[in-house]
Design a protein around this ligand. Structure first.
Ligand SMILES: *[C@@H]1O[C@H](CO)[C@@H](O)[C@H](O)[C@H]1NC(C)=O
Ligand SMILES: *[C@@H]1O[C@H](CO)[C@@H](O)[C@H](O)[C@H]1NC(C)=O
Ligand SMILES: *[C@@H]1O[C@H](CO)[C@@H](O)[C@H](O)[C@H]1NC(C)=O
Ligand SMILES: *[C@@H]1O[C@H](CO)[C@@H](O)[C@H](O)[C@H]1NC(C)=O
Ligand SMILES: *[C@@H]1O[C@H](CO)[C@@H](O)[C@H](O)[C@H]1NC(C)=O
Ligand SMILES: *[C@@H]1O[C@H](CO)[C@@H](O)[C@H](O)[C@H]1NC(C)=O
Ligand SMILES: *[C@@H]1O[C@H](CO)[C@@H](O)[C@H](O)[C@H]1NC(C)=O
Ligand SMILES: *[C@@H]1O[C@H](CO)[C@@H](O)[C@H](O)[C@H]1NC(C)=O
Ligand SMILES: *[C@@H]1O[C@H](CO)[C@@H](O)[C@H](O)[C@H]1NC(C)=O
Length: 484
């Protein structure tokens, strides 16, 4: 193993004076916090802030196809943001809607500025220069619009990101109960804020292959991207026969520890990368908080990238997730367990993922059942479902009779009210119920198919399900904190 760089601990991104996004405590309405963006480009005629920075809506005016699209200046307690709504969205969200990002003020000499109040949350943003077509500026997926360039914030670059896939910068705003409290919805995301120094785990970018020694770079969110990656057909990224992953080692990690650490495998979704979870969800901050609050014991977290996609294209619809499952069992788990002080006991292994990664989690659950003790399905299982109650194609009492271990796993299902995977997850829950499998459910009342939902499901997965006593019963989530 080779340490390439030693860098400071994860930057907090909060109020850092030199950064061109600053989060300032104002102690005033509407949120108690104000965010100022500054951007310099002398040749630009028009600059918008978009990317994952979305307008707000509220629970009384949102549907699976409609967002009220309030400007942040009009924030009221209980407002939240949604994305990934039904493609027939009629509200002001792109690409069909009319959301055009937020226009920055030209303050002269090539300087652009924009200030707005924001409530608690983790936000990604990117700058769009001279984009003349409103709706095409709105998409959160740069790949959907050929020629559209997202410029990240040069003072606050994403770490270990693939420029070709996701070019957003990230910031976090704290919760202020005085201005943000809403009796109907809890929208406090402080569980994604950095924990105090000394309690932070290590974030690492790791390359691996079956035969080559790993090389490691400490991930720092202010580091220039050094390790582009993307979901790939076979092992072609970041280089031929090289795979990559993002790794979290808990603050007390000791490679000589007498007891190996439990490992959570945490998958991205379709079109994602190994670095999505730590970038866009601040997942390693969430794990730090779960450990510090003693919801879970010190745990290793592995965020892999899909590999071996296309191992079988002979069928009409090759099951990509079967390919990824086979690859992870053959290469990823052995690599992790031989390189780190990671447990190989199935009871100490968990698999979770979002969206297509949740379909992968389901594939692991039904067909690698005894390799893991816990499964976290975040927004997905079998792909689009016929209806909320159609359980055809999901687990049944017949599956359980053939594979009794299915009933003794720690199963958790999380999804949002405005989630494109709503029916998929409802069907999964009904199927689990009918098959007699104990499971835990987190329904996110403001949740869409987006990162804030998956931050919430990761947090509650850790609090209620991960490493808890199995099989799950009706009492499991009521037992409260297990002190480790
Ligand atoms: C500045 O804006 C121009 C478009 O007017 C763009 O081509 C250029 O790449 C931008 N430069 C930077 C540093 O973002
Ligand atoms: C979108 O609307 C069109 C026309 O009404 C319909 O044919 C299509 O199925 C809808 N798509 C979705 C995903 O709802
Ligand atoms: C979006 O713009 C189109 C064209 O100007 C308009 O017909 C439509 O009503 C707008 N939608 C919303 C939700 O404002
Ligand atoms: C834009 O500039 C005007 C004039 O200085 C100011 O009143 C306004 O608050 C600015 N808007 C934002 C969003 O920063
Ligand atoms: C990403 O952002 C950087 C820095 O602003 C810029 O140089 C690069 O062209 C952007 N890439 C894409 C694909 O938008
Ligand atoms: C991983 O491999 C890629 C491609 O060879 C390289 O650019 C990157 O720096 C490597 N990352 C690490 C952490 O060694
Ligand atoms: C490949 O996929 C086809 C169609 O789904 C299936 O019939 C075949 O058994 C698969 N082959 C392998 C080796 O998995
Ligand atoms: C489980 O895996 C085996 C071997 O890879 C494969 O033959 C089988 O079709 C898989 N079953 C499911 C339900 O994916
Ligand atoms: C599954 O449940 C159905 C309906 O409750 C029942 O008729 C059937 O015998 C069960 N099958 C097994 C294998 O337990």
């Amino acid at each position: 193993m080779r340490l390439v760089h030693h860098l400071a601990a994860l930057a907090t991104l909060l109020g850092t004076g030199s950064a061109s996004v600053s989060v300032k405590y104002t102690g005033q309405a509407p949120t108690g916090y104000e965010v100022t963006f500054r951007y310099t480009n002398a040749s630009a005629h028009k600059v918008q802030i978009a990317g994952g920075l979305l307008p707000f809506t509220d629970q009384f005016r949102t549907t699976p196809a409609f967002s009220a699209a309030y400007d942040p200046h009009d924030y009221r307690p209980g407002d939240f943001f949604v994305s990934g709504l039904n493609v027939n969205t009629t509200g002001n969200l792109g690409p069909q809607g009319n959301y055009t990002g937020f226009y920055m003020n030209n303050t002269g000499n090539g300087h652009w500025e924009w200030t707005a109040p924001f409530p608690s949350g983790t936000y990604s943003y990117a700058y769009i220069i001279d984009c003349d077509l409103g709706p095409r500026c709105a998409t959160t997926e740069p790949g959907q619009v050929p020629g559209l360039t997202f410029y990240n914030d040069p003072e606050n670059p994403p770490f270990q990101n693939d420029h070709l896939q996701f070019n957003h910068s990230i910031f976090q705003v704290p919760y202020d109960r005085q201005y943000q409290y809403d009796p109907a919805l809890n929208l406090d995301f402080d569980f994604a804020l950095p924990v105090p120094a000394g309690h932070q785990g290590k974030a690492l970018a790791v390359n691996y292959s079956e035969s080559v020694e790993a090389s490691i770079v400490l991930i720092d969110s202010r580091e220039t991207p050094a390790n582009p990656t993307q979901a790939s057909p076979g092992s072609t990224y970041p280089a031929k026969d090289i795979h990559d992953l993002a790794l979290y080692l808990p603050p007390t990690y000791d490679s000589n520890c007498a007891t190996p650490y439990p490992v959570l495998y945490l998958s991205h979704g379709g079109g994602g990368t190994a670095f999505d979870w730590p970038n866009l969800a601040k997942a390693f901050n969430i794990i730090d908080n779960l450990i510090l609050s003693q919801w879970i014991p010190p745990t290793i977290v592995v965020c892999p990238a899909f590999y071996n996609l296309g191992c079988n294209d002979s069928g009409p619809i090759p099951d990509l997730m079967i390919c990824v499952r086979e690859n992870y069992l053959a290469t990823l788990l052995p690599f992790i367990e031989s390189t780190y002080r990671a447990s190989s006991d199935p009871d100490q292994r968990a698999f979770a993922g979002l969206s297509l990664g949740s379909e992968l989690t389901y594939e692991m659950y039904i067909n690698a059942t005894t390799h893991f003790g816990y499964f976290g399905h975040f927004s997905g299982a079998r792909g689009p479902a016929a209806s909320d109650t159609n359980t055809a194609g999901y687990i049944s009492n017949i599956s359980v009779a053939a594979n009794p271990a299915l009933a003794s796993r720690g199963v958790f299902v999380g999804f949002g009210n405005f989630d494109i995977a709503f029916s998929d997850c409802r069907s999964l829950e009904l199927a689990l119920e009918l098959a007699g499998v104990g499971f835990l459910s987190r329904f996110v009342p403001w949740g869409s198919h987006f990162w804030n939902t998956w931050q919430d499901t990761l947090w509650y997965f850790g609090r209620t399900a991960l490493w808890k006593q199995r099989p799950f019963t009706v009492e499991t989530a009521r037992r409260g904190r297990v002190v480790y």
